[in-house]
Write a protein that binds this ligand. Structure first.
Ligand code: GTP
Ligand code: MG
Ligand code: ZN
Length: 275
């Protein structure tokens, strides 16, 4: 019977079957037929009798951190207070989402902890992301966020302490996920969430994943621009990397203020990080 891996704990792979029951399967290491290591999110064929996974179906996408496959939407949970608001991290997660064919959705948290002046500052960034066609919600818009989960496999990402587990608890109180205090001394909280697990919520599946802050972009320099919807311009050279070429329209737009300088500066930083 077909199903989806919702949790892996040592050798036990929990599979949600198409008949809506959950079965514990024991699979050791890679599958013989395609040499694949099953991960959470994998669509699989289970032999009900032997309780083993016999096949892993082709993946739509695959993330290594968190280790998960077949994600439809990536909720980028971003705090405006502690941890500090970071358009750099948002841009990084957007690249990861776009390069893996995942719809990014930005969720802003802790706006109750900042001043009106700081809110206006954050609003500038939100407006730009919305202009790019990216959905941005404040974490208090629970109803709207809930709607995004329907019939989707959703992953959450964002720094530890940004409010991922708190958000999920608001969406479905029965989840009772552990939430942690942010450790002020380190400026980053301890990772409260350990296991990668898909949880059934609102007719969809959600991954509550360990928080992560340092994430490497595994993209070639020349491909990076493809994940910038706002950089899709016809420059003088088709291969223009928008860094210092003559007749670069992106650089022109930055000079004119049509593309904000922070957005462009982040791009330059990522170019340096890419191979
Ligand atoms: N004031 C305020 N506090 C929040 C908000 N969202 C989350 N918190 C608090 O921030 C702390 C961290 O939240 P968590 O939900 O545990 O963060 P997390 O992203 O799941 O963290 P990890 O599991 O470590 O990755 C908790 O003490 C929450 O109560 C918010 O919108 N406002
Ligand atoms: Mg958590
Ligand atoms: Zn250019």
């Amino acid at each position: 019977m077909n199903g989806k891996i919702i949790c892996i704990n040592k050798f036990i792979h929990k599979v949600l079957l198409t008949n809506n029951t959950i079965i514990d399967t024991r699979t050791r290491g890679k599958l013989r037929n395609n040499n694949i290591n099953p991960v959470v999110g994998d669509n699989v064929f289970v032999n009900i009798e032997t309780k083993t996974i016999e096949k892993v179906y082709e993946r739509k996408n695959y993330l290594e951190r968190p280790l998960i496959a077949n994600i439809d939407k990536l909720l980028i949970v971003m705090s405006t207070s502690i941890p500090v608001f970071s358009p750099y991290l948002i841009d990084k997660f957007l690249i990861i989402a776009f390069s893996n064919d995942i719809e990014p959705i930005i969720i802003i948290t802790k706006t109750d902890m900042i001043s009106i002046k700081e809110k206006l500052e954050v609003k500038k960034y939100i407006n730009y992301y919305r202009k790019l066609g990216i959905k941005v919600y404040i974490n208090t818009s629970v109803k709207k966020i809930k709607h995004e989960f329907k019939d989707s496999v959703v992953a959450l990402c964002g720094q530890t302490g940004s409010g991922k587990s708190s958000l999920l608890n608001k969406i479905d109180a029965s989840l009772k996920l552990k939430t942690g205090e942010v450790s002020l001394s380190l400026g980053r909280g301890k990772h409260t969430t350990r296991l990668v697990e898909l949880l059934e919520v609102n007719d969809g599946l959600i991954a509550d994943t360990p928080g992560f802050s340092s994430l490497e972009i595994n993209i070639n320099k020349k491909d990076l621009k493809n994940y910038y919807p706002d950089f899709n311009k016809r420059c003088k050279y088709r291969s223009c990397s928008h860094v210092k070429e003559d007749g670069c329209k992106v650089i022109k737009l930055v000079e004119k203020g049509k593309i904000p300088s922070w957005r462009y500066e982040n791009y330059i930083k990522f170019m340096e990080e890419c191979k």
